[in-house]
Design a protein around this ligand. Structure first.
Ligand SMILES: C[S@@+](CC[C@H](N)C(=O)[O-])C[C@H]1O[C@@H](n2cnc3c(N)ncnc32)[C@H](O)[C@@H]1O
Length: 453
């Protein structure tokens, strides 16, 4: 009997994530998978994301049942074992014999036939031990080390969050990261089209619930948004609610720069919210700049391939968004592989790049203009520390407080989240996954007072 398509796609995807440093979410949305049925696509996604989310815990179970050290196993054998133990531990609807059989067949198909009896024996041992309630163990973990172990996170990351946000917030972050995150959408021009997009999506079988942070947001309960006309015509975008909020906070202007723009979800929101403005979207990497083609629906956007550290513009901008490349630790529920790749020492390199981009973007800001610096990182080095480093001895700029902006969004009905104070850390915007119903974002608002001090 052949291996099911969902499992062979999951197996191949896990190997590519490991070997090519690719992002699972991108591979799972690539055209190569378009021929899978939606059921198989759903199962492949569940298997890949599940294995990546729980990897260290799965490896612990495997190590206890294996006669060989996991580091010595071929990549194909380890991937098949992880897929097997994930199904045994987390997917009660898959019978144990089917999970074991498919993993054995995967190693045979990958020309590792001699490892088949080993895979069979390890998975049978684990199946005999039964599954346990891991989420209950997370909720009872007394300290950051046990929390990291139970919630399958690197201990160094959980230790940092515990120190910075406290053990309860660290627990909420970890719990959030281990679940399938909600898909949120943004309905552009929602007020003027008077519920038209909602009706259209409902007619196309997409079930929605209201946004938790923003009135123009919705949560997808069921159905395929990407198959609808509203999505294909760019009237609806898929975008986490905190990401939508950052784009709203970038504000209104006439000449707007989005200097790290791909894939372009914030650019689209900015441009549709400022239809009379010229919006310039720059991106360094050509393959990522191609993702900005989806903005062709939006007439006032110009895409420019450029390095944000050397921006090619001779005139200034009244609004700038610098949504810089970052570690992404606020998005681990969507990109779980990040937690296994990131090293503490990477934060230093990221910070140097972020400071260089922020300083270069600030040089393009008009007097009286406003720049929003943002990341989807929970790490201080990439957030407050970058703002402080970029503004050190630059007295022509000042950090402005987001409270007034957030209160205005609340009063105007654009924001439905009531507790404005919970979104603030000093003058900054700070969302924490699990504490807030969204990804973890940081944003700072910087204003230019004068040309030079
Ligand atoms: C966090 S992502 C931006 C996400 C985007 N704002 C959105 O909401 O869809 C950062 C982007 O900056 C790009 N990038 C990295 N270094 C850059 C640089 N020096 N100049 C311009 N873009 C850069 C990355 O390739 C990536 O596409």
């Amino acid at each position: 009997m052949a291996v099911s398509s969902a499992r062979s796609v999951a197996f191949e995807t896990l190997l590519r994530v490991e070997r090519e440093n690719s992002y699972a979410a991108e591979l799972l949305h690539s055209d190569r998978l378009a021929k899978l049925s939606s059921r198989d696509h759903g199962l492949a996604t569940e298997l890949v994301m599940g294995v990546l989310r729980w990897q260290s815990l799965l490896d612990q179970r495997l190590a206890a049942a294996s006669s060989q050290r996991l580091e010595r196993l071929d990549g194909e054998v380890l991937a098949a074992l992880r897929l097997g133990v994930y199904q045994l531990q987390f997917l009660s609807r898959v019978p144990a014999h089917a999970a074991i059989f498919e993993s054995v067949e995967l190693v045979k198909a990958a020309r590792k036939r001699s490892a088949a009896p080993f895979v069979n024996a390890v998975l049978r041992t684990i199946a005999g031990a039964g599954a346990e309630d891991i989420l209950a163990k997370i909720s009872k973990s007394p300290d950051s080390i046990i929390l990291a172990e139970n919630a399958a996170h690197p201990p160094w990351l959980v230790a940092r969050w515990t120190e910075h946000y406290g053990i309860e917030a660290a627990r909420q972050i970890c719990t959030h990261d281990q679940k399938v995150p909600d898909t949120a959408i943004h309905i552009h021009d929602g007020r003027s089209n008077n519920g038209q997009a909602d009706a259209e999506l409902a007619a196309a079988g997409v079930q929605l619930s209201p946004g938790r942070l923003l009135s123009a947001a919705r949560r997808v309960l069921a159905g395929d948004v990407t198959g609808t006309r509203a999505y294909q015509e760019g009237r609806v975008s898929i975008q986490d609610e905190a990401s939508q909020l950052v784009a709203l906070l970038a504000g209104r202007g006439e000449r707007i720069l989005d200097c790290c723009a791909a894939p372009g979800s914030k650019t689209a929101l900015l441009a549709r919210r400022n239809p009379g403005a010229k919006v310039f979207a720059t991106e360094l990497y050509p393959h990522r700049a191609r993702l900005l083609q989806s903005l062709s629906h939006v007439p006032n956007v110009r895409v420019v391939a450029a390095d944000a550290r050397q921006l090619p513009f001779s005139s200034t901008f009244d609004r700038i968004l610098a949504d810089v490349p970052c570690s992404g630790t606020g998005t681990l529920a969507r990109n779980p592989e990040i937690k296994w790749r990131l090293k503490a020492e990477d934060l230093h390199d990221l910070q140097s790049r972020q400071v260089a981009i922020l300083k270069s973007a600030l040089a393009q800001l008009a007097i009286g203009g406003r720049l929003v610096y943002s990341t989807c990182s929970l790490e201080h080095e990439e957030n407050e520390a970058v703002v402080e480093a970029a503004l050190e001895s630059a007295v022509e700029f000042k950090v402005a407080d987001f409270r007034g902006e957030l209160e205005q969004l609340r009063q105007s009905g654009q924001m439905c989240w009531e507790d404005v104070g919970s979104l603030l850390a000093g003058p900054y915007l700070r969302t924490i996954p699990g504490v807030h119903p969204c990804d973890g974002f940081f944003a700072a608002m910087i204003e230019r007072k004068s040309l030079i001090s």
